[in-house]
Structures are given as C-alpha cells and as structure tokens.
Design a protein around this ligand. Structure first.
Ligand code: KIV
Ligand code: ZN
Length: 509
C-alpha cells in the first residue's frame, strides 16, 4: 500500500488572495460543501485577524465542517493573531492553527528586520502560544524555497521541539527547480531531529509554471501533505492546482509511493464552481478541468481516439467528472425532467427556488433548442447571485444601431423593493447600460476588464459576461451575468460587481 497524502485545500485563503477573487461568507460556505464532497483532509478557511468578515467566515466554516475535515486558520507569528484564530475555530471538532514567519535571507532582512536568532525565538514562541490553544499546530517557514538549508533545518527542529505537529515548507515565490526542491525536503527528512513524528507539508507557487512539479518532488522526497487550490487559484501566478497534483499521484502512485482519498469525479464541478464564484475563468487548455482537456481536433488524433481511447487520452474524462450528459432538455421538458437533470448534476435547489428556476429554464429553452448542463449551471449561479443582491435588474431596454445613438433604459430594484429607473446615452449599447446603472447606483469605479464567452456551443448559446471593476482604494471586484442577450448579460455582470463592492463597503463600515 502506498502512503496516504493529505490534501490541504487553501482556495478559501491563498486562493482568495488572487486579485478580484474575494468571496463573501455565503460563497465560502457553498465552496466548503464542495470541498467536503471532494473529501479533502484539511480546509484552510481564512486569516481571521485580517478582517471581521474573514473571522466570521472561519467561524461559520468551522461550525459547518464539524468533524468531517480539519479546519485551519492562518496567523502571523504574533500572539494577537493566534488568539483570534483560536477563537474563530472554537466551534470546530478538528481545529488547526497555521502560524509562521519568513526564513529566507530576504524575508528576515528586508521584511521582518530580524536577525536569524530572533526569527528562531519568535518561531518557538508562536508555536508554544498556538499549542497552548490548539492540539494541532502547523508551522510555515515562509520563503523556505530560497532559504539556507542549515538554517531552515534549525528552525524546523526548534518548532518541532516547541510542539508543532505539521511542518510547512513553502516555495512562496515559486523560485525553485523541482529536483532542487526535492533535495531540500530530503535534506530536512535526514537532518531534522523529530521530523519523523510530524507531517511534512509542501506549499508551492506557480511563478515559473512548476508548482505541480515542485509539489510532486516534495512528495517523492518525504512530504505527506500537499497544499493546493482548485484551478490553481492563488497569489500572483497561483498555487499548485489540486486537480493536477491529485491526478498525477493517481497516474504515478507507485513511483511516488503516494495516494490520496480525493473523490476525483468532483473536479470539473468544483472547478466550475470556483470560476463561477470568483469570476476567474479557467483557460481552455488547462490540465484536467479546461474545456479542451479532453477535446481532440486533429484528424489523426480523432482517428486514434476512435480506434482506442488510450491512444491520445491518459485519463478517462468520467474519472474527473467530465462525462457527457445523456438527457437533453428542451422547452417541452417538464418539472420532473429538470429535477432529474439537476439531481444528476448534484445541484440542490429548494422548493421555493425551483419554480423560479423552472421559469428561467423555460425562458432559455424558448430561445434555444436544447438546454445543456452548462446552461443549467449558469442559470443556478445567476439565481445564487440574485439571492444575495443589494440591487437586482427588473428591466433593460436598449435602442441602438447605425446611425442611432445607443440609449439604455434601466430599472433596478433594491432589497426593500424600491424601484429606480434611469436613462443614458452611450458610445454603444453596453456603454449606455453602464452609464444608466451608474446614474442609479452612484458608486465610483473603473471598469478594468470585460470578457464575453458563450456558455455552450451554437449561435443561440447563453452569453456569459465577466467583468472586473476597481474601487477607488484599488480593490478589484468581479461580476458575472448570463443571458441569451449579451447586453443583458453585461448589465447583470455590472450590477453583480457593484453588489459585491457595496457589500464589502457595508461589511467594513
Ligand atoms: O506562500 C506561502 O508561503 C504562504 C504561507 C502563508 C503558508 O502562503
Ligand atoms: Zn502561499
């Protein structure tokens, strides 16, 4: 039997650090349920001291998860952070405090302004404080990938003696080469007293596109936990993608002496959920979960696949949840057919929402011949967005063309049921819509990105718009909207982004 490798998911913490990926508590809870379906071992729920919103998210995630996974909260090596993290984790059956500080020359000198000896003292002190509050303490040696081998080993030995149960060796800047990172882990395994009594974890970033390779070399050389995110979301170029590292361990388990308990058939669903919540799309050629990951376009490849799937496919798409749908829904499909399809997609919609969803489905089905799984997911996501909206769209009316001046009339309704209507001209229909919305909502922002893509194939496909706006303080908010009409999708995406900006401002105030 190969070694069981723990999967530590940090989509809700490091993943959320991606610009524009911020999630509210409800969205984090939805994602937590998906992480539980994936059967991850550890969920890093957030950084409680960073904001009241983060504290609340960690607290609610801890309660929801109970004993189904370990719930971890991040801290700096500071007493206040650690105490707040322990408080946020109080309702959790399996809490873990994740504390640490920088150990590379650059971090110690330029960021911390501490001597190596002081860094060791702080590391030991933080570990002791955390151990007094929690039985499970993970210590991260930030920027370990660029640190001195001997010094890193000393820090590790000191925190193990102080009570750390998990030792996290991150390549924070994604700088290392895979073989060198592997040697670093091997060195620690061979030189650190007590290392056999703790779990060694690796946490790699993708700055050189090698996060998965670095993580696998860490595993090959002794790591028993890997830290990763869905879709590889994370700071800068992102973190190790869970779907990649898990499938690589599945393909090469004997060679790596490694297996995981992840339910891989959830990958595509988890990926779509993260994209939908954060508004950060996955590139089509992304390994495992990209739209083209199992698409074969050249004639030679198609011929091979028809003769035998394994000629060009190393993974059965069904293994990662990319199976094709058998039921095709049309405008003639009734409640039962829709319910059955939602069930097959494992989408739960309560009775109150079902009628509205069925109506939205009929509206789409009237315009399109066939409604695909992706269309249904887009409709459900649209409903989720509306459920927490501060403003919702009641009507969008456009007049445009050449030589007409584009004019938009918009009606929005707020949570109290008050309706607002305004009209604006623009250089085109979308510009006119945004100007009309601005007249009603009146929140300063810059539109920094606008992407339209078809949810499925065909001229009648639902068009999904993803936008990013930047608030005056520089914070980025993402918005999404889907509709048959891309001008309406654009209006929905803009109102969605404004709702996120307004909720954040309200939470901070
Ligand atoms: O990349 C990193 O070093 C981190 C630590 C805070 C674990 O995210
Ligand atoms: Zn990180």
């Amino acid at each position: 039997m190969t070694r069981k490798i723990d999967i530590f998911d940090t989509t809700l913490r490091d993943g959320e650090q991606s610009p524009g990926a911020s999630m509210n508590t409800d969205e984090k809870l939805v994602l937590t349920k998906e992480l539980l379906r994936l059967n991850v071992d550890v969920i890093e729920a957030g950084f409680p001291v960073s904001s009241p919103g983060d504290f609340e998210s960690v607290r609610r995630i801890a309660e929801l998860v109970d004993d189904r996974a370990t719930v971890c909260a991040l801290t700096r090596a500071v007493r206040g952070d650690i105490e707040v993290a322990a408080e946020a984790l109080a309702g959790c059956a399996r809490p873990r405090i994740h504390t640490g500080l920088g150990v590379s020359e650059s971090h110690m000198r330029a960021k911390l302004r501490m001597t190596p000896e002081v860094v060791i003292e702080r590391a030991v002190e933080a570990t002791r404080i955390a151990r007094n509050l929690c039985d499970d303490v993970e210590f991260y040696c930030e920027d370990a990938g660029r640190s001195d081998y001997g010094f890193l080993a000393r820090v590790c030995e000191a925190v193990i003696a102080a009570g750390a149960t998990v030792l996290n060796i991150p390549d924070t800047t994604g700088y290392s080469m895979p073989d060198e990172f592997g040697r670093r882990i091997r060195y620690l395994m061979e030189h650190v007293d007590g290392i056999e009594d703790v779990i060694v974890s690796v946490h790699c970033h993708n700055d050189l596109g090698m996060a998965t390779a670095l993580t696998l070399e860490g595993v090959r050389n002794g790591a028993r936990q890997v830290e990763c995110t869905i879709n590889g979301l994370g700071e800068r170029a992102g973190n190790t993608a869970m779907e990649e590292v898990v499938m690589a361990m599945r393909m090469h388990g004997e060679e790596l002496d490694a297996h995981t308990d992840i339910v891989t058939t959830e990958f595509v669903r988890a990926s779509r959920m993260v994209s939908s919540i954060t508004g950060i799309n996955v590139q089509p050629n992304k390994a495992i979960v990209g739209a083209n990951a199992f698409a074969h376009s050249s004639g030679i490849h198609q011929d091979g696949i028809i003769k035998s799937r394994d000629t060009y496919e190393i993974i059965d798409p069904a293994e990662v949840g990319a199976g094709a749908s058998q039921i095709i829904l049309t405008a003639r499909s009734g409640h039962a057919a829709l319910r059955k399809r939602l069930e097959a997609l494992r989408i739960t919609v309560d009775e109150e929402r079902f009628d509205a969803l069925y109506q939205a489905f009929l509206d789409v089905a009237d315009k399109k011949k066939e409604v695909y799984d992706e269309d249904l997911e887009a409709l459900v996501n649209e409903q989720d967005r509306n459920a927490t909206a501060i403003y919702s769209i009641v009507a969008v009316q456009i007049s445009c063309g050449s030589p007409l001046k584009a004019t938009a009339t918009i009606t929005l309704v707020d949570r109290e049921g008050v309706e607002y209507t305004d009209v604006a001209y623009g250089t085109g229909p979308i510009d006119a819509v945004y100007k009309a919305v601005n007249k009603i909502v009146q929140v300063e922002n810059d539109l920094t990105e606008f992407v339209v893509q078809a949810v499925t194939r065909g001229i009648d496909a639902l068009g999904e718009v993803t936008i990013r706006i930047t608030a005056p303080d520089g914070e980025v908010f993402t918005g999404r909207g889907a509709d048959n009409d891309i001008v309406v999708s654009s209006a929905k995406a803009y109102v969605n982004a404004l709702n996120r900006l307004l909720s954040k401002t309200a939470a901070v105030a």
